[in-house]
Design a protein around this ligand. Structure first.
Ligand code: ZN
Length: 330
């Protein structure tokens, strides 16, 4: 339920809009492309980032037939002028809509939103519903605004009304400028970002204002679940700082949202399963990127879990999160 895809070709948005920050693709050799931000090299990607058949074949090796796809967070374009952010989002969403139309048994689509403009984001949510996507992926912060901010309420409201699920993905990692070495933005910043998003939404009361909102958090909640004791203790010992907008203990929210299983660690997954229950733990991979669980679910098969628990993680919990039926994919 957590895989990334992008169109094979991107417009030159920098040239079109007249400012930089957008990603360009440079197909510099067969089957590979360089993602460029201006003249800056961001990452080299393989055709499994855009070729649906290559992806289906690579998944077969792990007995996996359905992929929930969403864009790559570096393409969010939250920094852009709102109308440009909308144009980028539409382009990426239309590409995924085409894919799911062509391969309805293999792909499920999540859209992206111009979160810098909640008005335009809500409009795009209605379009996303029409073109057959079942949810959206959003970043853990929006140009450093946290997700509890009231300006995002209309987006949660529309997701609830339209029955669209939400995946919160870490990105724009805090502290990146000061920890360039050792891949720390990915290893330290990303888990912290997910906890930042979860704490903001919990302490801001988002789950109580929108009780039907179905949210999934990447990488097994990042550092949230592992530091929940500390978060709860902070809530109890300094309510004057923490419980200012919501009097409910953060621990009570476990099992109300979903998380993926990307822990790379059976011991941590056991803990996550205890905290969440198997119906709230979904099979994520982060495919096709190297930090993902690219031997999809193999460590879970080795954990000697009950068949029902594995079945929940591998299938049922994602279907429930997205409000879909197993039969659609058989
Ligand atoms: Zn990811």
């Amino acid at each position: 339920m957590h895989t990334h895809i992008m169109p094979k070709n991107l417009p030159d948005w920098e040239a079109k809009f007249g400012y930089d920050g957008f990603i360009r693709l440079d197909h510099h050799r067969k089957s590979w492309a360089r993602m460029m931000q201006g003249d800056k090299f961001f990452r080299e990607i393989n055709e499994n980032c855009w070729d649906p058949n290559v992806r289906i074949d690579e998944y077969k090796a792990f007995n996996t037939s359905v992929q929930v796809v969403c864009t790559i967070p570096v393409l969010f374009a939250y920094f852009a002028k709102p109308e440009h952010g909308l144009e980028v989002a539409k382009y990426l969403n239309d590409d995924i809509a085409e894919l799911i139309k062509k391969y309805p048994k293999n792909y499920i689509g999540l859209g992206t939103l111009p979160m810098q403009s909640p008005d335009l984001a809500v409009k795009e949510l209605y379009r996303i519903k029409e073109i057959g996507l079942v949810g959206v992926q959003i970043g853990s912060n929006i140009e450093n605004k946290n997700l509890h901010e009231p300006e995002f309420y209309p987006i949660w409201d529309a997701c609830e009304k339209l029955d669209l699920a939400v995946l919160v993905h870490p990105w724009n990692m805090m502290g990146s400028k000061h920890m360039g070495r050792y891949w720390l933005p990915w290893l330290v910043g990303m888990p912290a970002e997910t906890s930042r998003a979860m704490c903001s939404m919990i302490f801001g009361g988002v789950f109580d204002k929108y009780p039907k909102l179905r949210v999934n958090f990447c990488h097994a909640s990042g550092s949230f679940m592992a530091t929940l004791g500390r978060i709860e203790h902070g809530f109890n010992c300094r309510p004057d700082l923490v419980a200012i907008d919501n009097p409910i203990n953060p621990r009570e929210y476990c099992g109300k949202f979903w998380v993926d299983c990307i822990t790379h660690d059976p011991l941590m997954l056991e803990y996550i399963l205890k905290m969440q229950g198997p119906k709230r733990v979904t099979l994520g991979s982060d495919y096709p990127f190297p930090l993902g669980d690219l031997e999809i679910g193999a460590f879970i098969n080795d954990m000697n879990l009950d068949y029902e628990v594995v079945n929940d993680i591998f299938c049922n919990s994602t279907l429930e999160w997205l409000n879909l039926k197993r039969e659609q994919f058989l």
